[in-house]
Design a protein around this ligand. Sequence first.
Ligand SMILES: CC(C)(COP(=O)(O)OP(=O)(O)OC[C@H]1O[C@@H](n2cnc3c(N)ncnc32)[C@H](O)[C@@H]1OP(=O)(O)O)[C@@H](O)C(=O)NCCC(=O)NCCS
Length: 178
Amino acid sequence: MTQTKDVKIVDPEADDALALAKMHVQSWHDTYTGMHGATTEWIRKRTVNRFNEDGLSETKKLFAAPRQHPESYYFKLAKIEDKVVGFVSGQKTNEEQELSGFYVARDQQGTGLASKLMDMIMSWFNASKTIVLFSAKDNIRAIKFYEKYGFKVDNDAKVEQKYKPLTIIQMTKQGDKA
Ligand SMILES: CC(C)(COP(=O)(O)OP(=O)(O)OC[C@H]1O[C@@H](n2cnc3c(N)ncnc32)[C@H](O)[C@@H]1OP(=O)(O)O)[C@@H](O)C(=O)NCCC(=O)NCCS
């Protein structure tokens, strides 16, 4: 499948907050239902606040951060007209770099959109320094995708398990000079 040519990669605007929440929550259902025993109801409870005023306001803050501090925060949306079909986000300090969010809608997977988003954030990161990300242990498709970019599962990392029943693992890409 090739990438739909109508997909545009853009900086997020406050007006995109609801569309992002819809896409992200749908992707949670598509990706995690049944994984490590995660149920639809658990995902619903875990994500319901994304749609209320507080949740949308949090999202708008994340959208604004790259404008205020482009050296520290990254956030891009992939859109088809007003619909969000993917996003990538990250943050970096002098000490740490994290790929913090990476989701592509089911009907855009396997199209090359994920690689396009990944290439963009990888050129924003400092290649000489380590980058980390967190993934569900059984999210094989994501893990394989990240491995193609040089990330390796870090079995020694201590990871906060804040998404139980999902088991979260850390993946690390060493910097060129690390
Ligand atoms: C992870 C994600 C961004 C990867 O994007 P994608 O467009 O699916 O990526 P690709 O099609 O390049 O597939 C990645 C690799 O997964 C593997 N793969 C493909 N389909 C698979 C499947 N059904 N099951 C298991 N592995 C699969 C292949 O190794 C593929 O690499 P290949 O190009 O060598 O065949 C995307 O699947 C996604 O957004 N998933 C849902 C949200 C998510 O899991 N985000 C990550 C959170 S940490």
